[in-house]
Design a protein. Structure first.
Lengths: 106, 118
């Protein structure tokens, strides 16, 4: 079955750039999506179709997808960005989520 | 703005059938794809499946034998049934939609915790 692999945790200092990766054997041929989930809340879509920001998502969130790795980049990270982040793709009519990455803003 | 609200029992016993309903407001259910996703406590997200307003469905291969998702256009809601539950089915269950896509999720409900315990 298709799997997406994310690092369990990433740490970043306020104001710096955070990068969260998502790897899958053919991810570059599919669209990647990214969700932010803060503690006790429902997930929020922050990146759609590799690099599109939905309405209301700050410009500091961006995405890329090439080869077998998609990357979520948060520029000028703020304390409010501390959350779990999940990548998602679909393959053969099946939705797959990555295991999630806990972003800590130190 | 699309709003989704899950409802259903919070506590169940093993072997029972889980039934959840998602009430949709702000959008006609007779147009888009409607999905269920779950999250065990402290763990990641797991896709369960979707229903299209026409009634066609697509389920996760790992749950397909136990899952039924249906839509009621007259009441603007859709439902999830999961048979023969075990403790492994304990999770927060979310309903969600990506509008014209069954494979992305722009709007989510607040989630409802279902605990399976004897």
């Amino acid at each position: 079955s298709y799997e997406l692999t994310q690092p369990p945790s990433v740490s970043v200092s306020p104001g710096q750039t955070a990068s969260i990766t998502c790897s899958g054997y053919r991810l570059g041929y599919d669209y990647a999506y990214w969700y932010q989930q803060k503690a006790g809340q429902s997930p929020v879509l922050v990146i759609s179709q590799d690099n599109r920001r939905p309405s209301g998502i700050p410009e500091r969130f961006s995405g890329s997808n090439s080869g077998n790795t998609a990357t979520l980049t948060i520029s000028g990270t703020r304390a409010m960005d501390e959350a779990d982040y999940y990548c998602q793709a679909w393959d053969s009519s099946t939705v797959v989520f990555g295991g999630g990455t806990k972003l800590t803003v130190l | 703005q699309v709003q989704l609200q899950e409802s259903g029992p919070g506590l169940m016993k093993p072997s029972e059938t889980l039934s959840l309903t998602c009430t949709v407001s702000g959008a006609p259910i007779s147009r888009y794809y409607w999905s269920w996703i779950r999250q065990p406590p402290g763990k990641g997200l797991e896709w369960i499946g979707y229903v299209y307003y026409s009634g066609s469905t697509n389920y996760s291969p790992s749950l397909k034998s136990r899952v039924t998702i249906s839509v009621d256009t007259s009441k603007n809601l859709f439902s999830l049934k999961l048979t023969s539950v075990t403790a492994a089915d304990t999770a927060v269950y979310y309903c969600a939609t990506g509008g014209r896509s069954g494979y992305t999720f722009d709007y989510w409900g607040q989630g409802t915790l279902v605990t399976v315990s004897s």
